[in-house]
Every structure is written in structure tokens, then in C-alpha cells.
Design a protein around this ligand. Structure first.
Ligand code: FES
Length: 164
């Protein structure tokens, strides 16, 4: 959708531009602006990176370099509830791959892509710092599920579906 025809997008870009104007010239401005852009839009599309490059007068290649270097930046949209499945050694030996498989079957979605309703996306991580509870799944920022079995997956997802 072109920006011209999307009042909501225009509003979001306006919000970002106001932030950019308030921090322009500060040190570390690019990372701060990218954080703000991701907070507003949810992810950093190519179009958005282009916009940041123009507004800050920084080459697009440099913006892209920073976005791809840090794993907290995402170039793809994520689901409302991000499901992080730990595939670290402790979790893997306790069957994390089976949890991942069940999640993908239940949600019918590829890794790192949002479900068609936008409610979930699945991401693999190396360790969630809770190895004693392996296998571990984290939903959102705080909902840790430990010693998860594949048969529990559906019940866990229902909790978030019901919250809608
Ligand atoms: S390896 Fe999974 S929480 Fe540490």
C-alpha cells in the first residue's frame, strides 16, 4: 500500500519523524532511531530503512548493516505473541524439536513468519537461561513454560487465543 493512501502509516511515519528530529545529531542516533522505528512499526521493512537512511542522511548500506548485525532488530513482521522455543543443548536432549514440530503443525506456519491471523510467530533461540526446566518455551516477554510436552502445546496456545 502506498503511503499516500494510508493515513495510519502517515501517522506512524509522522511519529517517527518527530522522534528523529528530537534526537538528530546525538551520538548513537542510528541505533536509537531504529529501536524507535521497530517499536512503532513492529519491524524494519526495506521501505522503513530507506526512510531512516534519508532522514538521517546515512547510507542505506550502513542502516542495513546495523539492522542485520543486531539480532534484536527484525526485518519481518512478527506475531502478536512471539513464541520462543529453546533449541539449546539442555532443551534439545529433552525433546525441544518435538515441541517445535507440534507448534508448527498446530499453527501451520513457517519459522519467523506470523500466522495468518497475526496472533503468533515461532522463533528458535539458543538458551533461555532456564535449562533446569528444559525443554523451555517463552511466550512474549515473561510467560515461561518449563518441562513442556508436545501434548501440552495446544492448551498453552488456547490461553492466548482466548485472550483475544
Ligand atoms: S538450553 Fe534451553 S533454557 Fe538453556
Amino acid at each position: 500500500m502506498s503511503l499516500v493512501n494510508c493515513p495510519e502509516c502517515q501517522q506512524l511515519y509522522k511519529e517517527l519523524d518527530e522522534y528523529i528530529d528530537s534526537v538528530k545529531g546525538n551520538t548513537g542516533v542510528l541505533i536509537n532511531v531504529l529501536h524507535k522505528a521497530q517499536e512503532i512499526f513492529g519491524y524494519l521493512s526495506e521501505e522503513l530503512q530507506q526512510h531512516v537512511s534519508e532522514k538521517l542522511d546515512i547510507p542505506l548500506s550502513q542502516v542495513y548493516g546495523v539492522v542485520t548485525f543486531y539480532n534484536f532488530f527484525s526485518m519481518k513482521p512478527k506475531g502478536k505473541n512471539q513464541i520462543k522455543v529453546c533449541l539449546g543443548t539442555a532443551c534439545y536432549v529433552k525433546g525441544a524439536d518435538k515441541i517445535l514440530e507440534r507448534l508448527q503443525d498446530e499453527l501451520n506456519v513457517e519459522m519467523n513468519e506470523p500466522t495468518s491471523d497475526g496472533l503468533f510467530s515461532i522463533h528458535a533461540v539458543r538458551c533461555l537461561g532456564a535449562c533446569s526446566m528444559a525443554p523451555v518455551v517463552l511466550i512474549g516477554e515473561d510467560d515461561y513454560y518449563g518441562r513442556v510436552s508436545p501434548d501440552e502445546v495446544s492448551k498453552i496456545l488456547d490461553k492466548y487465543r482466548r485472550a483475544e
